[in-house]
Design a protein around this ligand. Structure first.
Ligand code: FAD
Length: 449
């Protein structure tokens, strides 16, 4: 038996990792590799916050693998070159990975797989990142769902998602091959080191993910009906852990069906419904592939976006618009790499509707600053706000940030965390009423075009 290569991607965990488990069960040396691929055509480079997270997550994974008798191998370069050459160097005769769903990634993986098979190497892929792979939940006509609620209804009628795959107790040591040093990848910010707030807010890695999960269940799940209030710690904050696959949706799903207190059990369906939005967005991404660049509803190609000045865009990014909720959210994002969902909606709507700026500019900023930024959920949510996505907010629904503040943060608890009461505040950069009307007129123009 000459051993296996396990190629980890968006699944940086040991438990419930079918690719890893299959390689371990097969016997022989198991070479677990992560490839930093910034060169393959069409691969979108990670944003800065994502690079910070990735560094921490890979370091944690290596520590965990060592505790199992293994270690992580790091390689950099186009995967189509790196994987076959690692297979050769390690003398492996099988490769395992968990599937990815972006078009470019699928093409890369298919190409690698056929090359391996041609050279007599077994290549196996498994489902580990989504509860329902995008070709499984379809309408009666065999088409993808374009609206969330029927998608969720159909998903719930599917067979129950499989149980998590047990964690291997030990993992055979890898073949004796070279590994890059993580520090040499320079994923962390240096001058200036802006990651202090992220270090305080997060513990990347599988253990950090499970601590979050259990703390959420113990302390917050029962209050999940307060999830729209950004001052409350009523949501799970699991999104970056899910994004990097430090915990799988199968693990989350089944944990929510295990022992819970009655008030937690009552809250669980609302939480799982939210988790299903993640699935729905991947479904959209799979079927429309280029959603970070292309309007899913083509009519939006004619939308008359404004060319905002650099100063205006800087005010939005830095949180100095003069609107408290928007400014608090943009500062929270910069400081922690995350932003509460309700505030993401308000800040995105402010950019797209009030400032009339193309959603792609906002999507790119979130891509660079969010620790949970992923190809499907970021773009799909921006398109939802803009009205140009599969499922979309009706265009005339323009969030008023001041009313959102009164409704969801009435005691200004959240806002005060990021915008101190004694701060010398800038004048509001725009008139909400006039810009709302301008957005509605622009939409009407587009519809006429
Ligand atoms: P919880 O309320 O605890 O929800 C549990 C899980 O369900 C989340 O961890 C997440 O995986 C999933 N989820 C919840 N809401 C959504 C949603 N609307 N869309 C997709 N999945 C959801 N989420 C990302 O994971 N990555 C992104 O890049 C991202 N970009 C966004 C951009 C905009 C403009 C908006 C409005 C939303 C975006 N979201 C994104 C969705 C949502 O804001 C976050 O998933 C959520 O805030 C994460 O917090 P939580 O883990 O505490 O959520």
């Amino acid at each position: 038996m000459s051993g296996s290569v396990v190629w980890l991607r968006d699944d940086l965990r040991i438990a419930d990792n079918p690719a890893l488990r299959s390689a371990v069960d097969r016997g022989g040396p198991v070479t677990v590799v992560y490839v930093l691929d910034e060169q393959s055509d069409g691969i979108r480079p990670f944003g800065a916050a994502a690079r910070w997270w990735l560094h921490q997550s890979l370091a944690a994974l290596d520590t965990d693998l060592r505790a199992h008798g293994s270690a992580l191998v790091l390689r950099r370069g186009p995967a189509a070159e790196v994987i076959p050459s690692l297979v050769q160097e390690s003398g492996a005769d099988a490769v395992f990975w968990n599937r990815r769903y972006g078009k470019v990634e699928r093409e890369i993986d298919t190409g690698i797989k056929s090359g391996l098979v041609e050279s007599g190497i077994d290549a196996h892929s498994a489902a580990a990142t989504l509860l329902w792979e995008p070709w499984t939940v379809l309408t009666g006509k065999g088409e993808p769902f374009k609206v969330f609620t029927p998608f969720w209804r159909a998903a719930q009628a599917m067979p129950e998602p499989r149980h998590p795959v047990p964690e291997p107790e030990t993992i055979a040591a890898p073949a004796d091959v070279h590994s890059d040093a993580l520090d040499d990848w320079a994923l962390l910010p240096t001058t200036p080191d802006w990651a202090g707030g992220m270090r305080d807010a997060w513990t990347p890695g599988e253990h950090g993910a499970w601590d979050r999960m259990e703390r959420f269940i113990d302390e917050a799940l029962a209050d999940y009906d307060q999830r729209d209030e950004p001052a409350q710690a009523a949501t799970s904050s699991l999104s970056p852990h899910l994004r990097w696959g430090e915990i799988s949706p199968y693990q989350v799903w089944h944990r929510l069906h295990e022992t819970l207190e009655p008030d937690q059990r009552r809250a669980a369906p609302a939480f799982l419904r939210q988790l299903a939005w993640r699935e729905f967005n991947w479904n959209e991404y799979f079927h429309c592939d280029d959603i970070a660049r292309t309007n899913v509803r083509g009519e939006f190609d004619a939308f008359p976006w404004r060319d905002a000045s650099d100063d205006e865009l800087d005010r939005w990014r830095a949180g100095t618009t003069g609107f408290d909720l928007v400014d608090a959210g943009m500062r929270e994002l910069w400081h922690t790499g995350a932003m509460h969902n309700r505030v993401r909606l308000a800040t995105a709507s402010f950019l797209v509707k009030n400032m009339l700026v193309d959603w792609r500019i906002g999507e790119q900023w979130f891509w660079d600053t969010l620790v949970d930024a992923d190809a499907a959920n970021n773009a799909a949510n921006w398109q939802w706000v803009a009205g140009s996505g599969f499922d979309a907010a009706p265009y005339f629904r323009v969030f008023n940030p001041d009313r959102q503040l009164e409704r969801f943060d009435p005691h200004r608890e959240y806002v005060r965390r990021w915008v101190p009461a004694d701060e010398d505040r800038p004048e509001p950069m725009l008139d909400l009423k006039a810009t709302r009307q301008r957005a509605l007129d622009a939409y009407a123009d587009m519809r006429r075009a």
